[in-house]
Design a protein around this ligand. Structure first.
Ligand SMILES: NC(=O)c1ccc[n+]([C@@H]2O[C@H](COP(=O)([O-])OP(=O)(O)OC[C@H]3O[C@@H](n4cnc5c(N)ncnc54)[C@H](OP(=O)(O)O)[C@@H]3O)[C@@H](O)[C@H]2O)c1
Length: 269
């Protein structure tokens, strides 16, 4: 028979996961004996896999997402790992990004993972049916959001040992890949502008030891891939995240500013 304390604990866990309760009291301070990763868009897809795998490897994980109350998988992860913190952070919000940066002002961040992204509605970015409001949304998340987050947490990255700012994707923003097929304007434009912003950041941060690298994970089976209209072969998020994490761990100084495929090949841009 289940004991009363155990039954209460099960009830409390279910209540917490259901989103009816707020997050458990989370200490902002994380241990200093392990490296720290901050991930944007960590509630699903690749972001969730990054959170899981870094947590399993013993890292401190600051997992950010737009709606923590609904982030059931992340909350389950945080129940298993006391080094996982969940924070509300919409990358399009100056106030939310500033609030999380302030909360973790003293926390060195070894890897800042700009993962949050949207594809945007496909028809709206097809010649003949452009919707420029959709373009603004895509730029707001993919381009402005990743720059906003990179700058907001720069001090914490500079204070860390590894000093890495990593962004997901970018291949579609390169002329070599972007011109291979028509359509998909807004996604391509947002990633091209993102590459430009990160390239400029590389120049501004030279001699600081910060490494800025864009990593293309390949075609990964996530919501974003489905939004792109792709129905061909794809890699499970678990496999792709593992490959990206391995690559991040093996980055060499001469890879600074590069766009690198998940298999380690550089994409010129
Ligand atoms: N999947 C692929 O084949 C592929 C290929 C190349 C590059 N990438 C890149 O990989 C990254 C992750 O994408 P994914 O494939 O894992 O797609 P996904 O499953 O659709 O996940 C996207 C994540 O971004 C979050 N997000 C969207 N808007 C946000 C905002 N304003 N603020 C904070 N978070 C926001 C989403 O949160 P909500 O649940 O709140 O919407 C979700 O957690 C993207 O940058 C994408 O460009 C993916």
């Amino acid at each position: 028979m289940t004991s009363i304390p155990k039954a209460l604990a099960v009830f409390a866990t279910l209540f917490y996961l259901s989103g009816c309760s707020t997050l458990p009291d989370q200490q902002a301070e994380l241990s200093t004996d392990q490296p720290t990763v901050l991930i944007t868009g960590a509630n699903r897809g690749l972001g969730l896999e990054f959170a899981r795998q870094y947590a399993d490897a013993g890292w401190n994980v600051i997992a950010t997402c737009r709606n923590p109350a609904a982030a059931v998988d992340l909350k389950t992860l945080a129940l298993r790992h006391d080094r996982v913190r969940i924070e509300r952070m919409d990358v399009t919000s100056d106030a939310q990004v500033a609030a999380v940066a302030e909360k973790y002002a003293q926390q060195p961040i070894d890897v800042l993972l700009n993962n949050a992204g949207i594809y945007g509605d496909l028809e709206s970015q097809t010649l003949g049916s452009f919707d420029y409001d959709e373009l603004k949304k895509v730029l707001d998340v993919n381009t402005i959001g990743s720059l906003r987050v990179s700058v907001a947490f720069l001090e914490q990255v500079l204070a860390s040992q590894q000093k890495k700012i990593i962004s997901l994707g970018g291949g579609m923003g390169t002329p070599s890949i972007g011109r291979m097929f028509g359509g998909h304007y807004f996604m391509k434009m947002s990633k091209a502008a993102h590459l430009s912003a990160m390239g400029t950041l590389v120049a501004d941060l030279q001699h600081t030891g910060v490494m800025i690298v864009m990593i293309s994970p390949g075609r990964v089976d996530t919501q974003l891939m489905r939004d792109s209209g792709w129905t061909g072969k794809s890699t499970p998020a678990e496999t792709a995240a593992a490959a990206v994490i391995t690559l991040i761990g093996r980055l060499e100084p001469d890879m600074n500013g590069r766009l690198i495929m998940f298999n380690g090949k550089t994409v010129p841009w």
